[in-house]
Design a protein around this ligand. Structure first.
Ligand SMILES: Nc1nc2c(ncn2[C@@H]2O[C@H](COP(=O)(O)OP(=O)(O)O)[C@@H](O)[C@H]2O)c(=O)[nH]1
Ligand SMILES: [Mg+2]
Length: 446
């Protein structure tokens, strides 16, 4: 389904203007295309920056620095030419268009990294790490992705796979030479080997929840009746004036989100309409959205106005969110503290109590601030390791079970399926539609 026969081109830098913008060309025709753009076939020295004048069919486009990365030691494993021009979308698009006129094809999202994977420059987890690294919001997220890019997970999976392979080979030998019985694997040894394998996958899974938390982040919805200061708190926590703050109740209607970093975890704050019954159609739609956001959030920040006594709406919101992980704050404590007991006093206006609020959020979300980085952060990997764990656990049960007399074939089937799951993680056995799905998430030019 995937072809690497043609030459692809894309802008590799983000949309917008900047000092430099990079156009990347990869594939067998990278050099002829670069020569056509430079109007010369004077050879480009490998991995040297060469100052060039880039031209289209009828006019000069820009001065640029061109670098040639020859196959196979390039990002994609193919010939790559990178053209660093001035960072204007007009110039970069003109260079891409000129490259296409000379035979390149526009790259699909993630196609450079897909080629790196197809050419065995990286395995699938490393390719996924590239997208994670580009998407990382917190430094911890970036470090976890970088570990994966460097092959931490690849190595852990490879070790388990090697032990599994060895066990399978010995069991197969036993099946092939049945008269020798368990000659190639003594039954005690078999159980010990399976125990060790189950242990390895379980260790890998143990920090999976924290790993996913680091990679995916968590959502915190802000709930409360209109005018208690939800948007003000949202802005104070986000450190920017993202949400409109007014003394007029019912201002916020759409969901507004902003990511903040709490203990290295990306927390997406969701500000929404105040919960109340209303006849205004737009506000009412906002209240529905708010309820949905509260429903799917990992935790809820419930806000009441602490400078006045609670009313029925406050009580109702407290009741509705009682089953969720939550932090309840009494805002506007600068105006006085009428509400006490179980409420954290804060002031969006003066910043009082915000440090405590962040800490309470961390507690409510059950985020353990630990320094070590988990090897596994991605739901796809977690699910496949779980699959391997189940298969290995089944194999172990068969090995010690009452019918332990004929287990080789059953054992082998389970061990093979454990292996298949691990190989789907590394991509050694990954169906095309899985690859298409994974790479579709990338940006163009990566
Ligand atoms: N004194 C004081 N006023 C606040 C505080 N937080 C919000 N306000 C004011 O309360 C009003 C409503 O705030 P807003 O954030 O829009 O509330 P929302 O409707 O819950 O989003 C605005 O006039 C804010 O300036 C606070 O901590 N102290
Ligand atoms: Mg608001």
């Amino acid at each position: 389904m995937f072809s690497t026969a043609d030459t692809i081109v894309a802008i590799a830098t983000p949309p917008g203007r900047g000092g430099i913008g990079v156009v990347r060309v990869s594939g067998p025709a990278a050099i002829p295309i670069a020569d056509a753009l430079r109007r010369t076939d004077a050879p480009l020295a490998a991995r040297h920056a060469t100052f060039c004048r880039i031209q289209s069919a009828d006019h000069a486009i820009d001065h640029a620095v061109v670098t040639f990365f020859p196959a196979p030691h390039s990002y994609t494993g193919e010939d790559i030419v990178e053209i660093s021009a001035h960072g204007s979308p007009v110039i970069l698009r003109a260079i891409v268009t000129a490259a296409v006129e000379h035979g390149a094809r526009l790259a699909e999202p993630g196609e450079f990294t897909l080629r790196a994977f197809l050419n065995n420059r990286v395995d699938l987890t490393q390719a996924e790490a590239v997208a994670d690294l580009v998407d990382a919001v917190t430094p911890l997220e970036a470090r976890a992705a970088f570990d994966q890019l460097e092959g931490t997970l690849t190595g852990r999976i490879a070790d388990i796979d090697a032990a599994l392979f060895d066990l399978i080979a010995r069991l197969e030998a036993s099946v092939d030479f049945p008269e020798e019985g368990y000659h190639f694997v003594e039954s005690g040894e078999l159980v010990a080997a399976l125990d060790a394998l189950v242990e390895s996958v379980s260790t890998l899974l143990a920090d999976g929840r924290r790993g996913r938390m680091i990679r995916e982040g968590l959502q915190v919805a802000i709930a409360g009746k209109p005018n208690v200061g939800k948007s003000s708190l949202f802005n104070a926590l986000a450190g920017s004036a993202r949400a409109i703050v007014t003394p007029i109740p019912g201002t916020t209607r759409d969901l507004i989100t902003e990511s903040i970093d709490i203990d290295g975890i990306r927390i997406t704050l969701v500000d929404s309409a105040g919960i109340r019954a209303t006849d205004d159609q737009v506000e009412s739609a906002g209240v529905d959205l708010a309820r949905k956001a509260i429903g799917v959030a990992d935790a809820v920040l419930v806000v009441v106005d602490g400078s006045t006594t609670l009313d029925d709406i406050d009580v109702e919101i407290l009741r509705e969110t009682a089953g969720s992980r939550r932090v309840v704050v009494a805002n506007k404590c600068d105006l006085g503290e009428e509400v006490r007991g179980g409420f954290l006093p804060v002031s969006a206006k003066t910043g009082a109590g915000l440090v405590e609020l962040r800490r309470e959020l961390t507690n409510a979300l059950d985020v353990e601030p630990r320094r070590d980085r988990p090897a596994i952060t991605n739901l796809r990997h977690v699910l496949l390791v779980e699959q391997a764990q189940e298969a290995l656990t089944r194999a172990r049960a068969a090995a010690i079970g009452p019918d332990a007399m004929l287990p080789e074939e059953f054992l082998l089937a389970d061990l093979q399926s454990a292996r298949a799951a691990l190989e789907e993680i590394s991509g050694r056995r990954a169906p095309d539609d899985l690859l298409a799905h994974i790479f579709a998430r990338f940006c163009v030019g990566k």
